[in-house]
Design a protein. Structure first.
Length: 253
């Protein structure tokens, strides 16, 4: 039964990933994510159901538009497949619980924010605000389900990372969007877990920065999108929260 549910979760994730692609392409262009319906980016022909089957349509059509034969971005199947896999891992961690739904929504938002920032070096206010509203919504839902709200832990988990990154932002080391993003992640990763998320994102981002400089992809002092690393660290933290803390304690304390 769990295997069947996992397969269902994967295909559900690919469907969500298909919609996330729409968001990733349209939000930077300030276009509606609802209208017009999905269409080819080359010839603007409206796509039909058979053109929109996640992953499979790309494979069967060999990465080309059915109508104009123009190239279709590889981003489409990659994001669809990635979303499916990430959703399955969340299901394996949390099972059929409210956390499954909460973290699937959180992950979807992280994918959109992270990839847009990677492509444009910009984190859009609309995506951060939506993430914040959704986070508050889940806190309220869980409260009515009987979970207590630890206000002090919630506040510390938001303020410490925000203040820390705000200092770096003041010196131009990163954008204010990164500060906002690490703030709203604290609505999902409560208290110490968002602080762990902050330092994990710095480790991941720093590792990539060093790698890019070694490969001459980035010059020292150049701005680098930090949102993708916050997104990556957030996902790792939600999957392995206690394991990361135990690793830290065993290593440094």
């Amino acid at each position: 039964m769990s295997f069947i549910i996992g397969v269902i979760v994967f295909f559900f994730g690919t469907l969500i990933g298909s919609f996330l692609n729409v968001c990733i392409f349209r939000i930077p262009n300030e276009e509606s994510i609802v209208y017009p319906p999905s269409h080819c980016g080359n010839c603007n022909h409206r796509l039909k159901v058979l053109d929109l089957i996640p992953i499979f349509s790309y494979i069967f059509l060999r990465g080309r538009c059915r109508y104009c034969k123009g190239r279709v971005s590889l981003q489409y199947p990659l994001v669809e497949g990635l979303t499916g896999v990430l959703f399955v891992l969340i299901y394996l961690k949390y099972g059929l619980t409210i956390e499954l739904f909460k973290f699937m929504v959180f992950t979807a938002l992280l994918i959109v924010i992270g990839i847009i920032d990677l492509k444009t070096q910009d984190i859009y206010d609309s995506t951060v605000i939506l993430t914040g509203v959704v986070g508050i919504g889940f806190i309220i839902i869980e409260f009515f389900m009987g979970n207590e709200i630890n206000i002090s832990a919630l506040a510390i988990g938001i303020l410490v990372p925000v203040i820390f990154l705000a200092i770096f932002s003041a010196f131009g080391a990163m954008g204010w969007g990164d500060v906002e993003l690490v703030g709203v992640t604290g609505l999902f990763l409560i208290g110490k877990f968002n602080i762990i998320n902050l330092f994990l994102s710095i480790i991941i981002g720093g590792s990539f920065a060093i790698g890019f400089m070694v490969l001459k992809k980035k010059e020292k002092g150049n701005m680098m999108a930090f949102g993708p690393y916050i997104a990556m660290a957030s996902y790792i933290t939600l999957l392995f929260p206690n394991e990361i803390i135990n690793l830290y304690v065993n290593t440094f304390l």
